[in-house]
Design a protein around this ligand. Sequence first.
Ligand SMILES: Cc1cc2nc3c(=O)[nH]c(=O)nc-3n(C[C@H](O)[C@H](O)[C@H](O)COP(=O)(O)OP(=O)(O)OC[C@H]3O[C@@H](n4cnc5c(N)ncnc54)[C@H](O)[C@@H]3O)c2cc1C
Length: 356
Amino acid sequence: MVPTMSHSVEVLIVGAGPIGLETAVACRQAGLSTLVVEAGSIGNTIHRWTPQTRWFSSNERIAIAGVPLLTLDQSKCTREQYLNYLAGVASQFSIPMACYQRVESIVREPDRFLIATTGLNEPMNISARFVVLATGGTDHPRRLQIPGEDLPHVEHRLREPIGYFGRRVLIIGGRNSAVEAALRLHHAGAQVAIAYRGREFPSERIKYWLYPELSSLIAQGRIAAHLARIPVAFTATHAVLASVNEPDSPHQQIPTDHVIVLIGFYQDKQIFENSGVELIGPAQSPVFDPVTMETNVPGLFVAGTAIAGTQSSSYKIFLENCHDHAARIVAKITGKPMASALAPRSVPPGNFEPET
Ligand SMILES: Cc1cc2nc3c(=O)[nH]c(=O)nc-3n(C[C@H](O)[C@H](O)[C@H](O)COP(=O)(O)OP(=O)(O)OC[C@H]3O[C@@H](n4cnc5c(N)ncnc54)[C@H](O)[C@@H]3O)c2cc1C
């Protein structure tokens, strides 16, 4: 029989992303015992980013729990700097954390929740008065669902760019991630092509420091652009593209060594469904009270980007506009508003786009 570890806390937080950690700090400061349970490593979502990716937001907007985030050259923080920052915050506030433990079920009893995990090493059973789901919304990359998508050279995340040196790479997508990937691969010595379904790139939605360089490289013929084209199949040697405007015209065959599909992410709904949280709308976002962050299940809260469900191409909820969730949750649990000096900083309402 596999041994299980048993724990009892007042507030169990699911997810050691920035908002899960910020909520844990707020709970500790309010005198609530807490445990953060994380399916992967600390900052798991950010850990999956391509090495040396920089945040789009400026540092003060992604800093958590009142801890300043400074970089050596004042530039926007990289993935690596931010992961170390999160570890520093967790250490500074002595946040109890169980990593590599995925929460599988949350059962509501009359006066508490019973939570069960599957772990890399051993599963856990946890009893908690309150549960916060800070599980994010980018669990899985979106797929095209076309033949050949599971071939080994077709990927859904960009690895370290230098690994593509001297290779022919086709990127599928036309938003920030795809454009940034095209530029980084070009500078890493890959032969880059990019295919996008629109007639032109959505320049107003692409970061102002990315788009001019892409359009210049395309104009110079150094990056190939296949616009108004959608992939319909991949083979070991080619990508097959169809015209959006003339679907019956002959398909284009693009010779390629690698394909990288970067068309967004979707949220894993299992934890919400398993715990009885109602999901609504096209994004299937959890039902919650925006004042307290409590879901339709009493005592079960949602925080961070998890509130938005699966966001479409136009993201509205980011880390930078979720900082007040922790204070709202703690206020509801304790029955008293947090002291303003302790309350996490809130970004002004309506400022939904990450600062550029
Ligand atoms: C390339 C890139 C650049 C970005 N730049 C910005 C930016 O500049 N500004 C910005 O605000 N946002 C940006 N984002 C989005 C950013 O990733 C999110 O805003 C941020 O991570 C949200 O934090 P969070 O705490 O809400 O969720 P997450 O960071 O997603 O954390 C959720 C955590 O929950 C864990 N988890 C999920 N399910 C379970 C489970 N069942 N059991 C245990 N643990 C679980 C996950 O492993 C994860 O660690 C960017 C994203 C990408 C991909």
